[in-house]
Ligand binder design. Structure first.
Ligand code: CP3
Length: 354
């Protein structure tokens, strides 16, 4: 099927575009009143993820409001550990929790790789429904958490600030940690390939907590497994390349290593300058980012100035996908996002005249 807007895929391939494509991490979410209404109708967050029609509805909501160049599957990174039987639940205001965290070598040995087509069929049904409803409007992004990031939630049993259980496992019993990450890498590869077969046209790996590791630990326990996943992914589907984006939050110091992992693009948070990142790795990969999501709490003139600065930091020419440096806050005023989009659409064409 024809794509009416392929700016996002072209930018990832570092091909010329007329303006800088944009999407936002967590673009479908609680800052939108229509999202809150659909979630209330579904019951709770996981019920929304499991209902392919409602998951499709919320995926499309931000596209109705804003001129975005990509849609992202509405789901969560914790569907994999849930399918492994850890018992995912969400306590209001407290984030995700697992009834059965993974704490011992025996717990790790008991884990099996889920069959994505069977155990995560609700995700694949959402992907194919969204593709059908998008009808070529923009490409659909699939996603997964990185093995390390999934491991942090599985071992801690919840969100964490200090990662004490998962780091104790890493340093006390590295073989156990490697076994866990190996199982997760196999699960993520199978899951992303199932999303690609169901219709995802690009995939992003969210390594939200890679930046909590030391450099040697990052290379050994996070990047290595993302590299293994990238090597196992379907890279061409429906006659088109399926680009892979790696996003390690706070990973700016490791860009050179990340650029060798086989991905098409690297996602950046706002602590790394695009100009510097481009000079370091821009000849190998496209770059995605990196407006601080909290800039959207400022007034439109300040938003516009930061959008201008971000575009200028990457500079002229192809290879930039505009995004936030992390997920949009639930407290964002949707009108501030309008100001962001207007500034971007007005300012970005100047960077693509050659
Ligand atoms: O970007 C998108 O629009 C797609 C949807 C998406 C969600 N989660 C929806 C969601 C994506 C890509 C994710 C990924 C995700 N989930 C990550 C990695 C991305 C990142 O932020 O770095 C992580 C760490 C998770 C785990 C998770 N799920 C957390 C920490 C939370 C927040 C809990 C809270 O109450 O703040 C969730 C829940 C979640 N996932 C929500 C949404 C819209 C909010 C739940 C709700 O509607 O109540």
């Amino acid at each position: 099927m024809e794509l009416n807007n392929d700016r996002f895929l072209r930018a990832l391939a570092r091909q010329p575009v007329d303006r800088t494509p944009v999407w936002m991490m967590r673009q479908a979410g609680r800052y939108l009143p229509e999202y809150r209404a659909t979630r209330a109708a579904a019951g709770d967050f996981m019920a929304l993820c499991r209902n392919h029609e409602l998951a499709c509805e919320v995926t499309l909501q931000p596209l109705e409001r804003y001129p975005l160049d990509a849609a992202i599957l509405f789901s969560d990174i914790l569907t994999i550990p849930d399918a492994m039987g850890l018992g995912l639940y969400f306590e209001t205001g407290e984030g995700p929790k697992f009834r059965k965290p993974v704490r011992t070598t025996a717990d790790v040995e008991a884990l099996a790789v889920p069959d994505a087509e069977r155990d995560l069929d609700y995700v694949m049904r959402a992907v194919s429904t969204i593709r059908r409803e998008l009808n070529g409007r923009v490409p659909l992004i699939g996603f997964s958490g990185s093995p390390w990031t999934l491991a942090t939630y599985m071992v801690e049993g919840s969100s964490s600030k200090d990662f004490r259980h998962v780091k104790a496992m890493l340093y006390d019993t590295p073989d156990t940690m490697h076994r866990l990450l190996d199982t997760l890498a196999a699960a993520v590869t199978d899951y992303l390939n199932a999303q690609i077969r169901a219709g995802a046209q690009a995939v992003q790996i969210f390594d939200t907590w890679g930046g909590a590791l030391s450099t040697p630990a990052y290379l050994e326990f996070s990047l290595r497994y993302m590299e293994q996943i990238v090597a196992g992914l379907i890279r061409e589907h429906e006659g088109r390349r399926v680009p892979v984006i790696l996003f390690t939050k706070n990973g700016g110091q490791w860009l050179e290593d990340m650029a060798t992992a086989g991905a098409d693009a690297l996602g950046l948070d706002w602590t790394t300058e695009l100009s510097e990142a481009r000079a370091r790795v821009g000849h190998r990969v496209a770059l995605q980012g990196n407006l601080d999501p909290n800039v959207l709490f400022a007034r439109p003139t300040a938003i516009r100035a930061e959008v201008a600065r971000t575009l200028d930091s990457f500079g002229a020419g192809p290879g930039h996908v505009f995004n936030l440096g992390h997920g949009i806050s639930q407290f964002t005023d949707p009108d501030r996002v309008t100001a962001f989009m207007e500034a971007l659409h007005e300012l970005s064409p100047a960077y693509h005249r050659n």
